[in-house]
Design a binder for this molecule. Sequence first.
Ligand code: SAH
Ligand code: SF4
Length: 315
Amino acid sequence: MTNWILERNVATFGEMTNLPVSLRELLARHFTLNEPEVLEVIESSDGSRKYLMRLEDGVTVESVTMRDGRKATLCLSSQSGCAVGCTFCVTGVMGAGRNLRPDEIVGQYRVMLRDLEDTVERVNVVFMGMGEPLLNAQNLGDALDVLSEKLSLKRITVSTAGILPGIRWLAALPRKPKLAVSLNAPDQKRRERIMPIAARYPLHELFVALRAFPLERGRRITFEYVLIRGFNDAELDAEAVARLVSGIPSKINVIPLNEDPECFPDLRRPDGEVVDRFASRLREAGLTATIRWSRGADVAAACGQLRGRQSLAPR
Ligand code: SAH
Ligand code: SF4
């Protein structure tokens, strides 16, 4: 069954032609293979595609496909909003949504994969769309069970704002996806200012949990660090980040802020040189650092931005 759903990606039980007709009819009577409805697809000049998808109850979420030659990364949402409330994030500014069910999470993957057809050889999945995956751990776990039938868990990354009980849950899973942690600030005080959840799950406790996280061989923890002009972009901040993560097999993903004048008019992205200097400082301190200029910035591909725009517009 998972073969038909994931490998062949069929949309109805009727298409599962190796099952007896009577069974197909029985399945169709008792179950659905619903998929999110695609309301809008916006293609960016860099080839990334952003989808606005509508779920059964009318709630909308966003998902993104990013292409790199024959490789594709599918970015999925885990919730329809986010209660964590980071001040630099459109989804956070929109506020809490609901948890997506496992079929709604896997549904985004199915819809986008069908559009890619045979044009890609390798697919990665990242939970970096709308919502905090570790506040929807049970459904995330079920979705991971299904996705891992098709994809190695090495190709699936769960990104979290640092929800400690969720990290401990992940640590206890017998088979784990990759872990990414949104650090975003070099100290507790500044982290709390942009990530209110940091008051509940303080930096020192977060790092105790991360140091204890059972990493499989060759794996590293990714730290995401959104660079905000004049707030967390100093070279001294890079040095503080290097001290924080020292001893943890890690890589740092430096993400220059995707600006949104309507949601957070006071926050700006630093100039290119400042971004480069920050990453260089990290590298000089012995870390692996990459800069991720938001893909599809011209179609507002940062998390929640497309939906944010829609909900600001009259319906
Ligand atoms: N809730 C999870 C996963 C979704 S957010 C988390 O916070 O990790 C995915 C990533 O997008 C996070 O690293 C977050 O810091 C980043 N992000 C959110 N808003 C952004 C913006 N305006 N510009 C750049 N990155 C942003
Ligand atoms: Fe939620 Fe992640 Fe956005 Fe923070 S950055 S509000 S945790 S989606």
